[in-house]
Structure formats: structure tokens, C-alpha cells
Write a protein that binds this ligand. Structure first.
Ligand SMILES: Cc1cc2nc3c(=O)[nH]c(=O)nc-3n(C[C@H](O)[C@H](O)[C@H](O)COP(=O)(O)OP(=O)(O)OC[C@H]3O[C@@H](n4cnc5c(N)ncnc54)[C@H](O)[C@@H]3O)c2cc1C
Length: 292
């Protein structure tokens, strides 16, 4: 009886061309920081079979780079940019809500390893980057064996941990546009640190466009835009005086809570999650008025 040894192939491309070639291998598994992937392998919800090809994204410079165009305000964030990078300059001024979300992710070790591309691809409704990116109207640039494509984040996320990404397709970058005004993110969890959110809210008050956008995390099958609350706030906010009435602060919170689609699970009840959205939305709006 012979001994059958099987090996997982690990490829370490060093540029996008090599990455594209590698992604044509059968049974491809992309590995960035590993903070979601290895947890799911350890919990056996994901298997790396003996025929799998693991592609490390760590040495692809294009994924670790970013750019900002001051004229258009466009910020291009490489898929391999980590939370530790995102919480610091220049991201804290170019996309302050994303920096705030970054500071709430896991621990310093998780933030050093975990990437924005991994957060998007995992597509957890509790992913802290996702409500912010949704509120900012993010566009995701994707590379696969069939070539390049772009998708709005809203179209990319199709359900809990489900996306339109085909096997081997890589998130090369995510694009947002700088906004004038104020933006923020806040979440509620069962403790203050190292916590997956039970409700999260991102708010963008875009003074130039005179438009408010509110997005919700952990209260639906995927992150959600609170469209009616956003429209009400856009109309009732006094963009010249940079303020709104107390009744608007309350009613926008209630509207956002009504638009949430939470469930009961091991982390929280649906009722508490809805309450959390109400409180976080009103709190963020007060912060936005105070801290412009
Ligand atoms: C202790 C702990 C605490 C955590 N706390 C938080 C938290 O507070 N908030 C939060 O949002 N998350 C949290 N997470 C989850 C995780 O850290 C983040 O989702 C992180 O951003 C994942 O990125 P990664 O680079 O580690 O992804 P990986 O684990 O490497 O990959 C995750 C998935 O994305 C795919 N992938 C990775 N990069 C790409 C890419 N560029 N293109 C296409 N597919 C890709 C992988 O194939 C895999 O399916 C926590 C995890 C742990 C272990």
C-alpha cells in the first residue's frame, strides 16, 4: 500500500500580471491578512482541499498602494491596505468615517493584518468598513482571469457573506470621493473593544452636494442604505446654517430604525439592534452638527 501525499499549492505573485495568471489556477483561494479566512478554516466552515491553490496577495504592490486626486477628490484605496493604515493620515482626513471604522476593528494585531479587500470579500453584514463605503458610494475595481471590471459596492454585495465575485477574482482597489462637510461611523457591540458590531451606522453630510446619506450595518442580510431617512435629512437639514431641528434629529433616527431589517441571533435581539440604529443615527447627527 503506497503512501499518498497531497500538497496545497501556494503561489506568491509579485505583480498584477502574475496575479492574473495565478488566478487562472483551479480551486483558487485568495489569502490577504488571513484574519477571516483562517478563522473559517479553523472552524471548518471553509476547507482548503489538497487540490487548492492558495494565492498570497501580500507581495502585489498594486494592492498595497493608494492614490488621491486633489482635483476630483477621488481616493483609490488598494485592496491590500490594512486597517492600521486606514486609521492614520492621510485617510483620517480624506475619509474620516473610514478611519473611524478602522479604529473599531478587532485589536492592533488584527488591524495590522486585516485588509479592506478582505472585509469587502467576506461580505459580513457586520463588516465595519462596509456601511462607510456604502454611504460614500464606493466603486470596487476587480481583476480576474476574464479581465478587469468595476462594480458599485451596493451591487457587489448580494447577501450575508455573498458577493458577485467569481472564484479567483481579486479586489484590486476600492474608490470613494472625498466629501465636503462631515462624515462619521459608530457601532454598538457587547463590549468596548474586540467586538463584532450588533448595529453600526455610517453618516455622510455632504455640504457641497447638500445631501445626507445614512448606511446601516449588522441589521440586515447585507449592509443597507437607509434611503428614506437619508432623503428626509437631506431635505430638512439647513445646509447654510449647518444645523437641523431637534425633531429632525429624533425623526431621522426613527426612520433609520424603521428601515433596518434586523434579526434575533446569538449576539443580540432584533429589537435591541433597531434601538441601536435609532440611538446611533441621532447621536451621529448631533456629532455632525457640533463638529464640522
Ligand atoms: C479577533 C478578530 C476580530 C475581528 N474584529 C473585526 C471587527 O471588529 N470588525 C470587522 O469588520 N471585522 C473584524 N474581523 C474580521 C476581519 O479582521 C476583517 O474582515 C478583515 O478586514 C479581513 O481582511 P483579511 O485581509 O484578513 O482577509 P482574509 O482573511 O485574508 O480574507 C477574507 C476573505 O476575503 C478574500 N479576499 C481577501 N482579500 C481579497 C481581495 N483583495 N480580493 C478578493 N478577495 C479577497 C479571501 O479569499 C477570503 O475569502 C475580526 C477578525 C478577528 C479574527
Amino acid at each position: 500500500m503506497g503512501l499518498r501525499l497531497s500538497y496545497v499549492t501556494v503561489l506568491i505573485p509579485e505583480n498584477l500580471a502574475e496575479l492574473r495568471e495565478a488566478s487562472e489556477s483551479p480551486d483558487v483561494i485568495l489569502l490577504a491578512g488571513g484574519t477571516d479566512l483562517m478563522v473559517s478554516v479553523n472552524h471548518r466552515s471553509r476547507r482548503i482541499g489538497s487540490d487548492a491553490t492558495v494565492i498570497s496577495l501580500a507581495r502585489v504592490p498594486e494592492l498595497r498602494s493608494w492614490s488621491h486626486n486633489p482635483a476630483s477628490g477621488e481616493l483609490v484605496i488598494g485592496g491590500g491596505i490594512t486597517w492600521s493604515q486606514l486609521e492614520r493620515p492621510p485617510f483620517d482626513s480624506l475619509a474620516p468615517a473610514l478611519a473611524q471604522a478602522a479604529r473599531t476593528v478587532g485589536s492592533p494585531q488584527i488591524r495590522n493584518a486585516g485588509t479592506i479587500g478582505g472585509n469587502i470579500a467576506t461580505a459580513s453584514p457586520a463588516g465595519d468598513g462596509l456601511p462607510v463605503l456604502l454611504a460614500l458610494g464606493a466603486v470596487v475595481d476587480i481583476l480576474g482571469s476574464a479581465g478587469q471590471r468595476s462594480s458599485s459596492l451596493a451591487d457587489l454585495l448580494t447577501g450575508p457573506k455573498r458577493t458577485t465575485l467569481a472564484p479567483g477574482e481579486v479586489i484590486v482597489s476600492v474608490r470613494v470621493t472625498e466629501t465636503a462637510g462631515w462624515q462619521g461611523y459608530a457601532k454598538i457591540g457587547v463590549r468596548n473593544a474586540m467586538v463584532i458590531s450588533v448595529a453600526g451606522v455610517a453618516m455622510v453630510l455632504d455640504g457641497a452636494a447638500r445631501k445626507a446619506t445614512i448606511a446601516l450595518g449588522s441589521v440586515g442580510p447585507t449592509v443597507l442604505l437607509a434611503a428614506e431617512a437619508s432623503a428626509r435629512l437631506s431635505t430638512e437639514f439647513d445646509w447654510d446654517a449647518w444645523s437641523c431641528s431637534e425633531s429632525t434629529i429624533v425623526s431621522v433616527g426613527e426612520m433609520a430604525a424603521a428601515e433596518a431589517r434586523p434579526i434575533d441571533d446569538h449576539r443580540s435581539t432584533a429589537e435591541y439592534r433597531r434601538h441601536g440604529v435609532r440611538v446611533l443615527t441621532s447621536r451621529l447627527l448631533k456629532r455632525g452638527i457640533d463638529r464640522r
